[in-house]
Design a protein around this ligand. Sequence first.
Ligand SMILES: CCCCCCCCCCCCC/C=C/C(=O)SCCNC(=O)CCNC(=O)[C@H](O)C(C)(C)COP(=O)(O)OP(=O)(O)OC[C@H]1O[C@@H](n2cnc3c(N)ncnc32)[C@H](O)[C@@H]1OP(=O)(O)O
Length: 242
Amino acid sequence: MASSEEDGTVEEKENNNKKRTKSSLATAWLTFYNIAMTAGWLVLAIAMIRFYITKGTHKGLYRSIARTLKFFQTFALVEVGHCAIGIVRTSVIVTGVQVCSRIFMVWFITNSIRPIQNEESVILFLVVWTMTEITRYSYYTFNLLHHLPFFIKWARYNLFIVLYPLGVIGELLTIYAALPFVRRSGMYSMRLPNIYNVSFDYYYCLIIVMLSYIPLFPQLYFHMLRQRRRVLHGEVIVEKDD
Ligand SMILES: CCCCCCCCCCCCC/C=C/C(=O)SCCNC(=O)CCNC(=O)[C@H](O)C(C)(C)COP(=O)(O)OP(=O)(O)OC[C@H]1O[C@@H](n2cnc3c(N)ncnc32)[C@H](O)[C@@H]1OP(=O)(O)O
């Protein structure tokens, strides 16, 4: 009896040790990840400001930062993994929609369709994403280090009220500007007849993507409003399961 109790205690201790190692590994990784992402978006901010100051125009700005943007935005896919393995308390679906829509904007719209790269709407979403991400990743970093300045917390849970709709406007205007080029070039489209016997029209796909903002964006926005009430006003929020 006594020995089984002792065994239980040893097992519990081992489990606790494993959990502690796992959680300190996760914290170390998240701290590194968030510092790297804050730095990445800061580099983008500085590059954009320098470009605008030296050239006096936004034309050519996208091309000048494209590599860095593609790298850091694509790297954010790791965040879906963080949610999936449970090291951050965020929904895989909410994060997945957010990250995939950004990656889609970068790779399948802005990067693939050169004629739209100088649109003002591209600069709008780039500026908005950059402000959001510098705030968001520095919030996570300081939070993990238990030294969170109030203004960063305030900025994380207030700026999105304006930045989120502005970012969506920039994205939608960019996709809209891309439509004529996509229709004319037939890019990423497959017309019948072909050996696969499949037809796909990227033009209509983009229209569907634009329409999907109508149901999806309010859900992301209200999710952030709930997070805001929880963090800034201490409200206990019971979220529905994914
Ligand atoms: C294939 C094509 C698909 C196309 C589909 C198109 C449809 C698209 C429709 C929607 C379009 C959206 C477009 C987006 C535009 C923009 O981004 S515009 C710019 C403005 N954007 C924002 O303000 C973004 C706001 N969104 C976010 O912050 C996130 O993406 C989020 C996933 C919505 C955040 O949610 P969540 O993580 O739940 O909130 P938090 O409060 O930040 O975190 C919750 C807890 O998790 C911890 N945590 C999360 N990540 C980390 C991390 N990296 N490191 C450490 N900790 C992390 C966080 O600290 C919280 O912990 P607790 O405080 O302990 O709860």
